[in-house]
Design a protein around this ligand. Structure first.
Ligand code: SAH
Length: 244
Protein backbone atom coordinates (compact mmCIF):
# COMPACT_ATOMS: atom_id res chain seq x y z
CA UNK A 1 0.00 0.00 0.00
CA UNK A 2 2.73 2.40 1.09
CA UNK A 3 4.75 1.56 -2.08
CA UNK A 4 1.65 2.18 -4.21
CA UNK A 5 1.18 5.71 -2.82
CA UNK A 6 4.87 6.44 -3.30
CA UNK A 7 4.70 5.48 -6.98
CA UNK A 8 1.50 7.55 -7.48
CA UNK A 9 3.25 10.59 -6.02
CA UNK A 10 6.19 9.94 -8.28
CA UNK A 11 3.92 9.84 -11.35
CA UNK A 12 2.23 13.04 -10.24
CA UNK A 13 5.59 14.78 -9.90
CA UNK A 14 6.68 13.54 -13.30
CA UNK A 15 3.43 14.84 -14.82
CA UNK A 16 4.13 18.30 -13.40
CA UNK A 17 7.60 18.52 -14.97
CA UNK A 18 7.75 20.73 -18.08
CA UNK A 19 7.89 18.90 -21.38
CA UNK A 20 9.96 19.07 -23.49
CA UNK A 21 12.53 19.48 -20.72
CA UNK A 22 14.08 22.95 -20.59
CA UNK A 23 17.78 22.82 -19.88
CA UNK A 24 18.65 26.50 -20.25
CA UNK A 25 15.84 28.34 -18.51
CA UNK A 26 12.51 29.35 -20.00
CA UNK A 27 12.49 29.01 -23.79
CA UNK A 28 10.95 32.50 -24.10
CA UNK A 29 14.11 34.10 -22.75
CA UNK A 30 16.33 32.86 -25.56
CA UNK A 31 16.96 35.40 -28.34
CA UNK A 32 15.56 34.20 -31.67
CA UNK A 33 18.27 33.30 -34.21
CA UNK A 34 19.19 36.25 -36.45
CA UNK A 35 18.32 35.32 -40.05
CA UNK A 36 20.75 37.97 -41.33
CA UNK A 37 23.92 36.65 -39.65
CA UNK A 38 25.21 35.09 -42.88
CA UNK A 39 24.38 38.24 -44.89
CA UNK A 40 26.38 40.30 -42.40
CA UNK A 41 29.39 37.95 -42.57
CA UNK A 42 29.25 38.17 -46.35
CA UNK A 43 29.01 41.97 -46.22
CA UNK A 44 32.15 42.17 -44.07
CA UNK A 45 34.09 39.68 -46.18
CA UNK A 46 33.16 41.06 -49.62
CA UNK A 47 32.70 44.79 -49.06
CA UNK A 48 34.85 45.70 -46.09
CA UNK A 49 37.73 43.34 -45.24
CA UNK A 50 38.41 42.94 -48.96
CA UNK A 51 38.72 46.74 -49.32
CA UNK A 52 41.50 47.05 -46.81
CA UNK A 53 39.67 47.73 -43.55
CA UNK A 54 41.95 45.93 -41.10
CA UNK A 55 41.06 47.01 -37.53
CA UNK A 56 39.71 43.76 -36.01
CA UNK A 57 37.48 45.68 -33.57
CA UNK A 58 35.85 47.60 -36.43
CA UNK A 59 35.30 44.37 -38.40
CA UNK A 60 33.78 42.71 -35.31
CA UNK A 61 31.40 45.63 -34.74
CA UNK A 62 30.29 45.51 -38.41
CA UNK A 63 29.61 41.77 -37.95
CA UNK A 64 27.57 42.31 -34.79
CA UNK A 65 25.29 45.31 -35.37
CA UNK A 66 21.98 44.27 -37.03
CA UNK A 67 21.94 46.81 -39.90
CA UNK A 68 18.58 45.44 -41.13
CA UNK A 69 16.94 46.86 -37.97
CA UNK A 70 18.18 50.38 -38.84
CA UNK A 71 16.45 50.61 -42.24
CA UNK A 72 12.72 50.97 -43.05
CA UNK A 73 10.89 47.60 -43.15
CA UNK A 74 10.50 47.73 -46.94
CA UNK A 75 14.30 48.14 -47.37
CA UNK A 76 15.21 45.29 -44.99
CA UNK A 77 16.00 42.76 -47.72
CA UNK A 78 18.53 45.26 -49.16
CA UNK A 79 20.11 46.17 -45.81
CA UNK A 80 23.41 44.37 -46.48
CA UNK A 81 23.86 45.54 -50.08
CA UNK A 82 26.89 47.59 -51.10
CA UNK A 83 25.11 50.97 -51.20
CA UNK A 84 23.38 53.65 -49.14
CA UNK A 85 19.63 53.25 -48.57
CA UNK A 86 16.82 55.78 -48.07
CA UNK A 87 15.66 56.25 -44.45
CA UNK A 88 12.96 58.87 -45.09
CA UNK A 89 12.96 62.69 -44.99
CA UNK A 90 15.29 62.71 -48.03
CA UNK A 91 18.12 61.21 -45.93
CA UNK A 92 20.15 58.00 -46.25
CA UNK A 93 21.98 55.42 -44.17
CA UNK A 94 25.55 55.32 -45.53
CA UNK A 95 27.01 52.43 -47.52
CA UNK A 96 28.47 49.81 -45.10
CA UNK A 97 32.02 50.34 -46.44
CA UNK A 98 31.90 54.10 -45.80
CA UNK A 99 30.69 53.49 -42.22
CA UNK A 100 33.59 51.06 -41.66
CA UNK A 101 36.12 53.39 -43.31
CA UNK A 102 35.12 56.46 -41.27
CA UNK A 103 35.10 54.37 -38.09
CA UNK A 104 38.57 52.98 -38.75
CA UNK A 105 39.95 56.43 -39.65
CA UNK A 106 38.71 57.73 -36.28
CA UNK A 107 40.90 55.11 -34.48
CA UNK A 108 38.35 54.45 -31.73
CA UNK A 109 39.61 53.29 -28.32
CA UNK A 110 37.51 51.72 -25.53
CA UNK A 111 37.99 54.76 -23.26
CA UNK A 112 37.10 57.37 -25.92
CA UNK A 113 34.22 59.85 -25.92
CA UNK A 114 32.80 60.26 -29.42
CA UNK A 115 30.60 62.84 -31.13
CA UNK A 116 28.63 62.12 -34.29
CA UNK A 117 26.91 64.81 -36.36
CA UNK A 118 23.98 63.37 -38.36
CA UNK A 119 22.43 60.50 -36.35
CA UNK A 120 20.10 59.51 -39.22
CA UNK A 121 19.09 55.90 -38.58
CA UNK A 122 21.46 55.52 -35.62
CA UNK A 123 23.54 52.83 -37.38
CA UNK A 124 26.89 54.65 -37.29
CA UNK A 125 26.24 55.54 -33.63
CA UNK A 126 25.56 51.85 -32.89
CA UNK A 127 28.84 50.82 -34.53
CA UNK A 128 30.72 53.45 -32.48
CA UNK A 129 28.88 52.36 -29.34
CA UNK A 130 30.61 48.96 -29.57
CA UNK A 131 34.05 50.58 -29.80
CA UNK A 132 34.15 53.56 -27.41
CA UNK A 133 32.94 54.45 -23.91
CA UNK A 134 30.35 57.11 -24.83
CA UNK A 135 28.69 58.26 -28.03
CA UNK A 136 26.95 61.63 -28.35
CA UNK A 137 24.99 62.12 -31.54
CA UNK A 138 23.10 65.11 -32.98
CA UNK A 139 20.37 64.97 -35.64
CA UNK A 140 18.63 67.99 -37.14
CA UNK A 141 15.44 66.21 -38.37
CA UNK A 142 13.34 65.74 -35.24
CA UNK A 143 11.37 62.60 -36.24
CA UNK A 144 14.62 60.88 -37.34
CA UNK A 145 16.26 61.81 -34.02
CA UNK A 146 13.26 60.45 -32.08
CA UNK A 147 13.18 57.20 -34.07
CA UNK A 148 16.93 56.66 -33.70
CA UNK A 149 16.82 57.36 -29.95
CA UNK A 150 14.04 54.77 -29.46
CA UNK A 151 15.71 52.23 -31.76
CA UNK A 152 19.11 52.48 -30.04
CA UNK A 153 17.53 52.17 -26.58
CA UNK A 154 15.37 49.19 -27.61
CA UNK A 155 18.36 47.39 -29.11
CA UNK A 156 20.39 47.96 -25.94
CA UNK A 157 22.96 50.52 -27.15
CA UNK A 158 22.95 52.11 -23.72
CA UNK A 159 26.06 54.31 -24.08
CA UNK A 160 24.57 56.50 -26.87
CA UNK A 161 22.97 59.86 -26.11
CA UNK A 162 21.02 61.54 -28.95
CA UNK A 163 20.04 65.18 -29.24
CA UNK A 164 17.86 66.99 -31.77
CA UNK A 165 19.52 70.08 -33.22
CA UNK A 166 22.04 71.62 -35.58
CA UNK A 167 25.39 69.87 -35.14
CA UNK A 168 27.35 72.66 -36.89
CA UNK A 169 28.28 74.05 -33.48
CA UNK A 170 29.04 70.66 -31.96
CA UNK A 171 28.00 69.88 -28.38
CA UNK A 172 29.91 72.30 -26.16
CA UNK A 173 28.60 71.02 -22.79
CA UNK A 174 29.92 67.53 -23.56
CA UNK A 175 33.24 68.58 -25.17
CA UNK A 176 36.08 67.76 -25.58
CA UNK A 177 35.80 64.63 -27.71
CA UNK A 178 38.45 62.09 -28.65
CA UNK A 179 36.81 61.58 -32.01
CA UNK A 180 34.19 63.37 -34.07
CA UNK A 181 32.48 61.83 -37.10
CA UNK A 182 30.41 64.03 -39.40
CA UNK A 183 28.07 62.07 -41.66
CA UNK A 184 26.59 64.99 -43.63
CA UNK A 185 28.74 67.28 -45.79
CA UNK A 186 29.37 70.99 -45.08
CA UNK A 187 31.21 73.13 -47.67
CA UNK A 188 33.85 74.06 -45.08
CA UNK A 189 35.14 72.60 -41.80
CA UNK A 190 32.97 73.92 -38.93
CA UNK A 191 35.45 75.68 -36.57
CA UNK A 192 33.53 74.60 -33.44
CA UNK A 193 34.13 70.94 -34.26
CA UNK A 194 37.90 71.46 -34.44
CA UNK A 195 37.73 73.46 -31.18
CA UNK A 196 35.86 70.63 -29.43
CA UNK A 197 38.46 68.02 -30.37
CA UNK A 198 40.75 66.88 -27.56
CA UNK A 199 44.52 67.16 -28.25
CA UNK A 200 45.40 63.86 -29.92
CA UNK A 201 41.82 63.59 -31.24
CA UNK A 202 40.51 63.13 -34.80
CA UNK A 203 37.74 64.70 -36.83
CA UNK A 204 36.54 62.63 -39.81
CA UNK A 205 34.43 64.78 -42.13
CA UNK A 206 33.33 64.99 -45.78
CA UNK A 207 33.83 68.54 -47.08
CA UNK A 208 32.77 69.95 -50.42
CA UNK A 209 29.99 71.37 -52.57
CA UNK A 210 26.35 70.47 -51.92
CA UNK A 211 24.97 67.49 -53.92
CA UNK A 212 28.30 66.89 -55.59
CA UNK A 213 31.47 64.98 -54.79
CA UNK A 214 33.14 65.90 -51.52
CA UNK A 215 36.52 64.94 -50.10
CA UNK A 216 36.68 62.81 -46.96
CA UNK A 217 39.13 64.50 -44.58
CA UNK A 218 40.83 63.42 -41.37
CA UNK A 219 41.82 66.38 -39.21
CA UNK A 220 44.11 65.41 -36.38
CA UNK A 221 44.89 67.69 -33.42
CA UNK A 222 48.32 67.18 -31.85
CA UNK A 223 49.24 67.59 -28.18
CA UNK A 224 50.06 71.27 -28.70
CA UNK A 225 46.68 71.93 -30.35
CA UNK A 226 48.01 72.20 -33.93
CA UNK A 227 45.97 70.46 -36.65
CA UNK A 228 47.05 68.43 -39.65
CA UNK A 229 44.63 67.57 -42.45
CA UNK A 230 44.79 64.46 -44.61
CA UNK A 231 42.65 63.93 -47.72
CA UNK A 232 41.39 60.34 -47.88
CA UNK A 233 39.05 59.78 -50.82
CA UNK A 234 36.20 61.36 -52.80
CA UNK A 235 32.76 60.63 -51.27
CA UNK A 236 29.15 61.67 -51.73
CA UNK A 237 27.11 62.64 -48.65
CA UNK A 238 23.83 64.48 -48.09
CA UNK A 239 24.46 68.17 -47.24
CA UNK A 240 24.96 69.40 -43.69
CA UNK A 241 21.91 71.63 -43.29
CA UNK A 242 21.73 74.73 -41.14
CA UNK A 243 18.77 75.67 -38.95
CA UNK A 244 17.23 78.76 -40.57
N1 SAH B 1 24.96 58.50 -39.78
C1 SAH B 1 23.65 58.18 -40.32
C2 SAH B 1 23.48 58.60 -41.77
C3 SAH B 1 23.59 60.03 -41.94
S1 SAH B 1 22.66 60.78 -43.23
C4 SAH B 1 23.33 56.72 -40.19
O1 SAH B 1 24.18 55.95 -39.73
O2 SAH B 1 22.23 56.35 -40.56
C5 SAH B 1 23.02 62.40 -42.68
C6 SAH B 1 22.13 62.88 -41.55
O3 SAH B 1 22.62 64.15 -41.14
C7 SAH B 1 20.70 63.07 -41.95
O4 SAH B 1 19.84 62.34 -41.10
C8 SAH B 1 20.47 64.58 -41.81
O5 SAH B 1 19.18 64.91 -41.39
C9 SAH B 1 21.50 64.93 -40.77
N2 SAH B 1 21.92 66.34 -40.76
C10 SAH B 1 22.05 67.19 -41.79
N3 SAH B 1 22.46 68.39 -41.38
C11 SAH B 1 22.62 68.30 -40.02
C12 SAH B 1 23.03 69.22 -39.02
N4 SAH B 1 23.35 70.48 -39.29
N5 SAH B 1 23.08 68.77 -37.75
C13 SAH B 1 22.74 67.50 -37.42
N6 SAH B 1 22.32 66.59 -38.34
C14 SAH B 1 22.27 66.99 -39.62
Amino acid sequence: MYTLIRSEVLWLLLALLPWPPRFCGPAGEQAPPDPYTAAREQMVAEQIASRDIKDPRVLAAMRQVPRHLFVPADERASAYEDRPLPIGYGQTISQPYIVALMTELAKPKPTDRALEIGTGSGYQAAILSKLVAEVHSIEIVEPLADEARTRLATLGFANVVCRTGDGYNGWLEKAPFDLILVTAAPDHVPPALVAQLRPGGRLVIPVGPVFSVQELLVIEKDASGRTRTEQITPVRFVPLRRKD
